[in-house]
Design a protein. Structure first.
Length: 309
């Protein structure tokens, strides 16, 4: 397989760019030594910072990516299968948008947001069609021009993020889209709950889990990536899944928010993962609704394997 230079093609809340070196230090020793991952599984792929990092730095033989957000999965499928048409469409959108004055750009943004929300009404999310290219182009356009690259929907499922003020947003990064498309070659991408990945996790697989953050406080509600939130009951279900996959003999790594950032006595994850290795590392959160809280916070890295012989 060709080496890749690609980076994530979407900005994504909870993107893990800043933690990649910490993850790399903690890769299973045999993977680090051989620079090869036979089977990679990522049940909460989001923007895919870890997937693209591994593709740049390791020989990944086969990979299986999952996310519950159908709009995100459409974009992955189109980048993988129809990159040329997607680039063509995005280039046109970029040219039109950047030729406009600020006020017109704002109107254009809301026009596209409305078209995107209307398209949802009778959209076939099951069967791949040319309409998927249009939808993925809208999604990437909105992601690059909306406030903070957020993906937020109202109760009806409509995308409702306001316009973001950028001087010259790069809407169509052709080179990166082509790179992402070839990184995705031979990768299987699925829409669904993380438990769907159980059919693909085998003895020796390397699995990286990055579930939505447990809210740091009552006002940060960015765990609501789609209409489905991720609460403590889901976290408990996930810990149970982790244990089952451990029994299977897979190598498991998970990142999670450290509840001790808020409450030093909170032992939620210590209890859930008491049989495993838990490291707490400093990280910067890239999106927080409260700007004053953007500073350093700790993140947990949980592993089911040892890093010494
Ligand atoms: C913290 S983000 C992952 C960010 C990713 N690591 C990155 O670098 O961009 C969590 C992802 O989990 C997805 N998600 C939420 N609930 C899920 C579930 N039950 N099963 C699978 N994916 C889920 C969300 O749509 C979101 O993309």
């Amino acid at each position: 397989m060709k080496p890749s230079n690609a980076k994530p093609f979407l900005k994504w809340v909870g993107g893990k760019k800043q933690l990649l070196q910490e993850f790399d230090k903690r890769m299973p020793l045999h993977i680090k030594g051989e620079k090869t991952i036979k089977r990679y599984v990522e049940p909460f792929v989001g923007g895919g910072a870890m997937f693209f990092f591994l593709k740049r730095n390791y020989h990944v033989e086969e990979s299986f990516l999952f996310d519950i957000n159908p709009e995100l999965i459409i974009s992955y499928q189109v980048v993988k299968n129809d990159c040329k048409n997607l680039i063509h469409r995005l280039m046109k959108m970029e040219e039109e948008h950047l030729n406009m004055e600020e006020d017109h750009r704002k109107e254009n943004y809301y026009r596209i947001r409305t078209a995107y929300n209307l398209q949802m009404q009778d959209f076939d999310y099951e069967n791949y069609s040319r309409e998927w290219v249009e939808r993925a182009a809208y999604m990437i356009f909105l992601n690059k021009t909306c406030f903070n690259g957020l993906f937020r929907q109202n109760k009806k499922g409509e995308f409702n993020v306001p316009f973001g003020r950028y001087k010259n947003p790069r809407i169509c990064n052709e080179e990166n889209l082509i790179g992402a498309s070839s990184a995705l070659e031979g990768t299987e991408i699925f829409c669904g709950d993380f438990t769907k990945s159980r059919d693909y996790i085998e003895e020796g697989s390397f699995v990286y889990f990055d579930p939505p953050y447990r809210p740091l406080n009552s006002t940060s509600n960015f765990t609501e990536y789609s209409k489905n939130g991720f609460d403590d009951v889901d976290q408990i279900k996930l810990a149970d899944f982790f244990e089952k996959m451990d029994d299977r003999g897979a190598y498991l790594m998970m990142s999670n928010s450290d509840p001790k950032n808020e409450n030093p006595k909170d032992k939620f994850f210590d209890r859930l993962y008491r049989s495993y290795k838990i490291d707490s590392v400093p990280a910067k959160r890239n999106i927080n609704c409260d700007g004053s809280k953007r500073g350093k916070l700790n993140e947990l890295i949980i592993m089911n394997y040892s890093l010494t012989f």
